[in-house]
Ligand binder design. Sequence first.
Ligand SMILES: C[S@@+](CC[C@H](N)C(=O)[O-])C[C@H]1O[C@@H](n2cnc3c(N)ncnc32)[C@H](O)[C@@H]1O
Length: 311
Amino acid sequence: MAKSAALAQVETLSRTSPAERTRRARPLGRGTSALTPARRPAPFVKWVGGKGRLLTQLDPLLPAGVERMRHVEPFVGGGALFFARAPERALLADVNPDLVGTYTAIRDEVDVVIRHLTKLAAMPHESEAFYGVRERYNRGGQSRAERAAMFVYLNKTCFNGLHRVNRSGEFNVPFGRYKNPRILDSDGLRIASHALGAAEIVNDSFEALLRHAKPGDFVYFDPPYEPVSRTASFTGYAREGFSQDDQTRLRDVFAELDRRGCKLMLSNNDVPFIRELYDRWNVDVVQCPRAINCDPNGRGKVPEVVVRNYR
Ligand SMILES: C[S@@+](CC[C@H](N)C(=O)[O-])C[C@H]1O[C@@H](n2cnc3c(N)ncnc32)[C@H](O)[C@@H]1O
């Protein structure tokens, strides 16, 4: 069977030198955002708070020389910045064990994941099929690769791509009524797998960074946001949510890594509590297009802060 252009590109890239790869793929933070015909890595899941629509605003805020630094993301989620940059060395972490298991399977056994996902994608997009997969997933007992395929399937077919679990850790997001969801993107998964090849992937809370981060690392923090108002809050990424105490402990980790000599960038909502926590560092404001509850139309541009310990 003829190889697709994107897959041929992955194979060619893996045979080229790092310098040549940089020249061809032109990822973010390397002095240009020019689009090239080559397909670039991108998130393989939809993720609440994903940074896809902010990348062009984050790009000029990356530190000089970022291409020589290890890329560290302790709240990786869908990994929009990681995939856009496709760095040579990375440490990715998230507290969500199912998400981290999926990243690891896509890095290490992408063909097996694709085989399982091919079967799931062939089912009719109907609620009965969705709830059948969801029930099997919650029962467990599958291989890591099959679970990864089920995770991607559920993400693409559930309501709004949410990830929510109940008290027993069972995935409980309902069926999403999409006309024709794109469940299987084999080339996209292979390109993502290639980008993850140089990444260490860890299932842990952000405080584990104190053990892992080294001077000279570039660390991007994209935590669950402090809500604009507590009633409009959505912090249900993990079972526990993310409280103001968590935000304060995160600031303490930021301060410790600053002392250690890491280059640090952090995103959050532009609210007084966050401004006060980070008042020692440089703060820029970016405008994020996203749905908000207090907007009568449900949509608008929301100011966000980007905190950095460098200029
Ligand atoms: C705003 S999302 C990150 C979005 C990501 N930057 C993207 O582009 O998709 C926040 C992530 O933090 C993770 N998270 C929540 N609490 C955490 C904790 N204590 N330690 C590490 N990760 C955590 C969530 O599972 C979620 O994936």
